[in-house]
Design a protein around this ligand. Sequence first.
Ligand code: E4P
Length: 218
Amino acid sequence: MKYFIDTANLDQIKEANDLGILDGVTTNPTLMAKEGIKGEEAVFNHYKTICEIVKNGDVSAEVTAIDFQGIINQGKKLAAIHKNIVVKVPMIAEGVKAIKWFTDNNIRTNCTLIFSAGQAMIAAKAGAAYVSPFIGRIDDSGWDGLELIQQIANIFAIQNIKTEILAASIRNSLHIIRCAEAGANVCTCPLDSIVGLTKHPLTDIGLAKFMQDAKKFE
Ligand code: E4P
């Protein structure tokens, strides 16, 4: 499974990248706004900086238009920023049309706001490189987000669909483990959920004992 970080914060992206396990970045308008980035030039420069930090990883940049032509216009400009930009398009009918257009024009897409298997199937059919089911938001609403990952993974395996399942809206480290078990190809996570995977209290206790004993033969 690939690990993406779900943020537009440069310090967090650098920290995750320094771990040596980072495969990419996802952003969305909420995450960009949180960083206080304003205006097309600043937004584009920010994406460029992210691509330069991650070097070989995909960076999802989301369109803010919701009509076909607007999505195409924005997506073309975003894709021109860097070869690793993946245009993030919402799961709406105009978005599906745009994903097909981008596919036909060799621009990779990530279809976002996926909440059902049917949505994932249609996005894949249009040629999306990634589909992003939002598992945390499904859990928040009282349904089971992981069931959706499993259902999409089963369908894609049976139908031999190559679109990657990018589990999004991750809330904790256990979500990441469960997504891996359920067949997600990628998990996009907040930094603390990634770092959380490295931790276990028995590791801390074991290390403290090793450090103590090491002093005996220094
Ligand atoms: C990433 O692609 C999504 O936009 C993001 O994971 C959504 O997460 P949230 O539900 O925490 O806003």
